[in-house]
Design a protein around this ligand. Structure first.
Ligand code: TEU
Ligand code: CA
Length: 549
């Protein structure tokens, strides 16, 4: 297994990246048009979220044909051109493989529906009557995880939308079909894969009610998941390609196994525990201020746990399922620039392969939607109804969506200060936030001090200093409730990182003084920061980040 420690991945949500033909929807040709921009960032891989044939109930995570490109995104020739042109610029493409489920429009499911036994065994069907649901499990998008098919007198499992039927990985034929898909894309010159919710693929032998929860404990990191991943990786020969598993509600022990090179499963994994520190009682739909001590503890646990056991993290704040980090843990008004830069440095200098989600490098903010009609995401629309049923007022439900909806991260990429932020000549499929006039690529390219330039600097630093890609990590000031601080070490190289997570001046705990970094004649030299001008000794300014070597 190859490692990807000095690499940086850039995530593209094609639908919202760049529209090349004026239909309001981003497309593959739009990505090709922007390759110079991506090259100038210095990223190594482009992970594209699904653009395969799909009814788009879940924006392409409901795949109806894994080998065909949805015409709305372009053609196979256009993809081949993108692969080739990206390669010329030193960038490889990663595709998103949604293998836990297919769209109910997929040929396999359609055959299953027609009563074909062979294909019924591709999915998870349970006998029953309409009033006897097999288990009380809950769909991740709200409501029950089972749907009844009267013609078959059976229920099928869908952990996500009702149009996303879970595949039966216990069936070797299913596993072979999925391997063929990987081989197909490998031949096209694809350099890596992201596997969607891949820790949910192995379901239990016996399906029972979850008396304590929504059912996830029965299928999360399930009984055969490691076996299945080893088999998939081995049989498709992707050991040396970059592979990342998206792990839903996973555990450290399992992520060590998924990503330890000796296991030959995946190169790295995403986990989401650090992105739940503002969920009240673990519930995404209940607002709470972020718990910074909990965040620090999670980073400590995962960073050290992976380090001690030779596991590897994908490190990130943003993706197409998350609200924008500057609006979430930073301040997208008074300290927009400062907090976006602090958050960037905090994540990029940790141990792991960093992922940048389109627009994050500009400090793009949450959508600012005020009305339900502005939302597009199936999960957001479902939960709006659920919140109303639970007795929330419209205003309350909209307030929750404005902070938690996945659409916050799905608004069009802000390229320029002109119509539709230069994303499209037509009305975009989802609205562009008003702040595109200030927050856009053109403006930030001209500003030496911009968030964009800061991201470029972080990427450059990773390529220059092995201590960032390869060094050990150790956490400092763990009890401090304002500052997240760590040290990276590799042989004689050492860096120190201090991040103020508060929008106010805070005093630095003892550790920094002990390090001597704060003294005039310090043994340490500052290599990066997000403020100009002199700082009062012993104090960090709002959202200040300081990096010393
Ligand atoms: O997401 C998996 C997942 O569980 C989420 O992040 C989910 O969107 C969120 O927790 C809901 O609160 C992946 C994809 O990234 C997502 O876009 C898909 O909708 C989902 O799988 C189903 O394929
Ligand atoms: Ca288009």
């Amino acid at each position: 297994m190859t490692d990807f420690k000095d690499k940086v991945v850039y995530q593209i949500y094609p639908k919202s990246f760049k529209d090349s033909n004026g239909d309001g929807i981003g497309d593959l040709k739009g990505i090709t048009e922007k390759l110079d921009y991506l090259e100038s960032l210095g990223v190594d891989y482009l992970w594209l979220t699904p653009f395969f044939v799909s009814p788009q109930k879940d924006n392409g995570y409901d795949v109806a044909d894994y080998r065909k490109i949805d015409p709305v995104f372009g053609t196979m020739e256009e993809l081949e051109e993108l692969i080739q042109k990206a390669a010329e610029k030193g960038m490889g493409l990663m595709l998103d493989m949604v293998f836990n489920h297919t769209s109910t429009q997929h040929e396999w499911f359609q055959k299953a529906l027609s009563g074909d036994r062979e294909y019924m065994d591709y999915y998870i069907f349970k006998d029953g009557t309409p009033d006897e649901i097999p288990t009380n499990w809950v769909s991740k998008f709200g409501g029950p995880a089972w749907e009844y098919v009267p013609d078959l007198k059976k229920w099928y499992l869908h952990l996500f939308d009702v149009t996303q039927a879970d595949l039966n990985w216990e069936n070797p034929k299913v596993r072979e079909e999925l391997k063929e898909i990987i081989r197909f894309w490998k031949k096209k010159g694809i350099k890596g894969f992201r596997f969607d919710v891949v820790n949910l693929i192995s379901k239990p032998e016996v399906f029972g009610d979850d008396l304590k929860g929504d059912g996830r404990r029965f299928y999360t990191d399930g009984r055969h998941v490691h076996e299945f991943l080893k088999e998939l990786t081995h049989d498709t020969g992707i050991e040396d390609m970059v592979t990342v598993g998206e792990m839903s509600s996973t555990s450290l022990e399992n992520c060590i196994r998924y990503s330890n090179p000796q296991e030959k499963e995946l190169s790295m994994c995403f986990n989401f525990h650090h992105l739940k520190v503002d969920y009240k009682n673990g519930n995404k739909w209940e607002l709470m201020e972020a718990d910074i001590l909990a965040l620090k503890e999670l980073f400590r646990k995962w960073q050290l746990g992976m380090q001690e056991n030779d596991g590897w993290n994908a490190v990130f704040w943003c993706n197409h399922d998350q609200p924008r980090i500057v609006s979430r843990l930073g301040n997208d008004q008074a300290y927009w620039k400062e907090s976006a830069k602090m958050l960037a440095a905090c994540i990029h200098l940790m141990r792991g392969t960093p992922y940048i989600y389109q627009g994050e490098e500009l400090g793009m903010t949450n959508a600012g939607f005020q009305e339900i009609g502005q939302y597009r995401d199936v999960e957001s629309l479902n939960y709006y109804e659920i919140l109303l049923k639970k007795g929330r007022t419209k205003e309350e439900a909209l307030e929750i969506l404005s902070k938690r909806s996945r659409d916050n991260g799905r608004t069009p990429m802000q390229w320029e200060n002109r119509m539709n932020a230069g994303f499209s000549e037509a009305d975009p499929w989802i609205e562009v936030p008003d702040n595109y006039k200030e927050i856009n690529v053109e403006a930030e390219k001209k500003d030496q001090d911009s968030i964009l330039e800061f991201y470029k600097e972080l990427i450059r630093l990773r390529k220059e200093r092995r201590v960032i890609s390869d060094g050990r990590i150790e956490f400092l000031c763990q009890e401090d409730e304002n500052i997240l601080a760590y040290r990276r070490c590799l042989e004689a190289e050492e860096i120190l990182v201090f991040c103020n997570f508060r929008g106010k001046h805070v005093t630095i705990g003892v550790d920094l003084d002990v390090e001597g970094a704060d003294k005039q004649d310090a043994p340490y030299k500052k290599i990066l920061g997000n403020y100009k001008g002199k700082r009062k000794e012993g104090v960090l300014r709002p959202y200040e980040v300081l990096v010393y070597e």
